[in-house]
Write a protein that binds this ligand. Structure first.
Ligand SMILES: C[S@@+](CC[C@H](N)C(=O)[O-])C[C@H]1O[C@@H](n2cnc3c(N)ncnc32)[C@H](O)[C@@H]1O
Length: 251
């Protein structure tokens, strides 16, 4: 029948669009993907507004056992909810393609994403280079990819949006402080002056809700407490004077 893939926005139960809400209320089964992002509200509050019960879909279900969702969508209306926007910084293309392969009708309902919400900083969205994400360091592996992406974007004068690791099953969400510490540790090893204590950064916490945004050097931001998740980081590239002016409000 139909798979509705619905972005529910960045913050709470009120961020779903009218179109999205109408479809959720029509749906027979509702899944919420909650391993690539986090809402600042409870499932109970979602259920109250949706007037339906919500099933949590973890990574295993979506990536390894997607047939469980798709088989239901063959003869029922299934809503698959995504925090933020449907295809922004997440990997739901596979689910859509597999649904189409099985001749299931797919409807997409878009919403706001972290990829555009960062516009609140005053940085020009057209001037962002490749987005990167920082995984938690492990004893055996300390990923340097984010450092390399920042370096490549810097060469072109582009801004870098750095998304931070989420370990939803452990209720662990990387903070801006943890991300800065990891980047400085890579700098200590590489010594390429890509990310030093003097590097200017913008820390963004809980965009779309009671957000906190701070602009300053990595050293200054390390002293800030950004509070509850989610957090992300921006390393600005070459700044236009309007961007510079906008950033002053976050100093
Ligand atoms: C994989 S992205 C999820 C993208 C989501 N589908 C969207 O469209 O926004 C998740 C990461 O983005 C960042 N993020 C998402 N929402 C955020 C928010 N409201 N404020 C700050 N950072 C956020 C965090 O670093 C988080 O770990």
């Amino acid at each position: 029948m139909t798979l509705y893939m619905i972005g529910i926005g960045l913050n709470n139960e009120k961020d779903i669009t009218v179109k999205g809400l109408e479809l959720v209320r029509k749906a027979d089964i509702i899944y919420l993907e909650n391993y690539t992002s986090k809402l600042s509200t409870s499932i109970k509050n979602l259920e109250k507004v949706y007037k339906k019960s919500v099933i949590l879909a973890n990574r295993d279900l979506v990536e390894k056992n997607a047939d469980e969702i798709l088989d239901k969508a063959k003869n029922k209306k299934v809503a698959f909810l995504i925090i933020g926007d449907v295809f922004s910084a997440t990997t739901h293309t596979d689910l859509m393609l597999r649904a189409k392969e099985k001749k299931i009708k797919v409807e997409i309902i878009n919403n706001a994403s972290i990829l555009t919400a960062v516009g609140i900083t005053g940085l020009e969205l057209y001037k962002f280079g490749k987005t990167t994400s920082i995984p938690y360091f492990e004893e055996s592996f300390k990923a340097e990819t984010p450092y390399n992406v920042i370096k490549d974007n810097q060469k072109l004068g582009l801004h870098t949006l750095v998304l931070l690791d989420i370990k939803a099953d452990e209720n662990r969400f990387m903070t801006i402080n943890e991300a800065l510490t990891q980047l400085l540790e890579i700098e200590k090893k590489r010594k390429e002056k890509v990310f030093t204590e003097q590097t200017k950064v913008i820390g963004c916490a809980r965009l779309g809700a009671n957000s906190k945004i701070k602009y300053g050097s990595a050293k200054e931001l390390l002293k800030e407490d950004f509070g509850k998740p989610l957090h992300c980081l921006i390393i600005p590239g070459k700044l236009h004077f309007i961007e510079e002016e906008a950033l002053q409000q976050y100093k």
